[in-house]
Design a binder for this molecule. Structure first.
Ligand code: PSV
Ligand code: MN
Ligand code: MN
Length: 427
């Protein structure tokens, strides 16, 4: 859907004076606290979050899928949807593709279309967790970790194919989420499964272009319920250390057992210079893939506290990160869900940027737990939304993207254009 930009200007005109009041108040409070508001606005403007191509359609669960209408029917329409999000918030300037769900038939044309929406291609994802109709061997008992070399070779070849697609599109990273694992005690030898995986990873690593990275995503369980080869951050780090500097860990917020201290994991990865990127989402129980910030916004803020600390500390040398969302669900309009997710990420980032770091360091040195809490909560309880809205206004995006989306009945327009019964590949 091509968006008429003048509609955004009209929307902004009606909200501009209220926005100005909120922004002026926040700006002067932050300045009184010693913050450089212009610098914060610049950092917020530069912060772009990649949209997963598989989140543009209704997610569904293994029990059913309740598809909405007007969902993208092709890669081109997925790019249009991300282009729309980016026009609304100027914060979603990238897309992350999943192969073979999104095989680009004509990479040159796809790249041009993406550029017309000002979109880049973030990490490409391989998929050896499902069988494809034309493949020779089944992944029922694993892929890169399989006991049978034929299966492993097939899975390696698929990853090399994904890298090729990524190169054609200008992507610079491969994300491997390896679902391999077992469902019953004794089913496999853990050490051998690890070593087979390492050997497969090595072969993929060797095929990476010089300026590429590979992200190793971990997840404790599902689809397998007894053991998973890359179950946790320690295993991911171990693989990355054995592979070399292009291999980095990927933290999907939903891939932790309940009450895990994810912010400390983030700190550890950063400390080792081994953090590659994120799959943002939220969850109450497991890999729920809920809208970012829907359940535990404070945890998200604490994660950004570590990220900002790590990215600004001279003690940490970590490459630039890939920021990606991995969320989708059954009951929301996917585009609304994504607008909310991007907003939640940027709120947490903005709040982390206004933490009084010097005071926090002092409190930490003095073991003053009370003061440390006060400092963190001073930032967390600040309503930073006028900063985000200001950046959007300055860059020609909508002051209130979600309200605009609803006012303009964009979903209804997409349904009219694409139909009420649309089908997307992927989860
Ligand atoms: C697996 O649960 C995962 O988080 C991986 O990132 C996959 O690529 C994605 O979900 C598939 O939906
Ligand atoms: Mn993920
Ligand atoms: Mn997941």
């Amino acid at each position: 859907m091509i968006l008429d930009k003048s509609l955004i200007d009209q929307h902004n005109e009606t909200l501009a004076s209220a926005q100005q009041k909120k922004f002026d108040f926040l700006q002067s409070s932050l300045q009184d606290e010693g913050h450089d508001v212009a610098a914060i606005l610049e950092q917020l403007a530069a912060f772009q979050i990649a949209i997963p191509s598989w989140a543009l359609g209704t997610g569904g669960t293994r029990f059913g899928r309740f598809a909405g209408g007007g969902e993208p029917r092709s890669l081109e329409e997925k790019l249009e949807d991300v282009g729309l999000l980016h026009a609304l918030n100027q914060s979603s300037g990238a897309i992350s593709l999943h192969i073979p769900w999104d095989i680009p038939q004509n990479a040159v044309a796809i790249k041009q279309l993406a550029a017309s929406f000002d979109l880049q291609f973030d990490a490409v994802n391989s998929n050896t967790f499902q069988d494809q109709s034309e493949q020779d061997y089944s992944y029922k008992f694993g892929s890169l970790a399989h006991t049978d070399k034929h299966v492993r070779d097939q899975a390696i070849a698929h990853n090399l194919e994904v890298i090729k697609h990524g190169v054609d599109l200008g992507s610079k990273a491969l994300t491997i989420w390896l679902s391999d694992g077992t469902d019953f005690p004794g089913q496999q030898n853990f050490r051998r499964a690890f070593n087979r995986t390492l050997d497969s990873f090595h072969q993929i690593y060797e095929a990476l272009p010089a300026d590429w990275k590979v992200f190793i995503e971990y997840k404790p369980y599902e689809p397998h319920f007894y053991s998973t080869v890359v179950a946790d951050w320690g295993t991911s780090l171990l693989f990355c250390q054995k592979l070399g500097e292009k291999a980095l860990g990927l933290v999907d917020l939903g891939h932790h057992l309940p009450n895990t201290n994810i912010e400390q994991i983030v700190s550890r990865f950063l400390m080792e210079g081994k953090l590659g990127g994120f799959h943002f989402n939220d969850s109450k129980y497991g890999d729920d893939d809920l809208t970012v910030g829907a359940m535990r916004p404070f945890q998200l803020f604490l994660i950004f506290n570590e990220l900002v600390e790590g990215m600004t500390s001279s003690e940490v040398k970590n490459p630039a990160l890939s920021w990606m969302i991995d969320a989708s669900h059954n009951v929301k309009d996917p585009l609304e869900d994504l607008l909310q997710s991007v907003e939640a990420i940027k709120i947490a980032y903005a709040q982390a940027l206004i933490i009084d770091r010097k005071a926090l360091e002092k409190a930490q040195e003095q073991n003053d737990a009370t003061q440390a809490q006060e400092i963190l909560q001073q930032a967390y309880r600040t309503d930073v939304r006028p900063l985000l809205a200001q950046v959007r206004l300055d860059y020609g995006a909508a002051i209130q993207p979600l309200a605009f989306y609803r006012e303009q009945k964009i979903r209804q327009k997409l349904i009219k254009q694409r139909g009420a019964k649309t089908y997307t590949t992927g989860l």
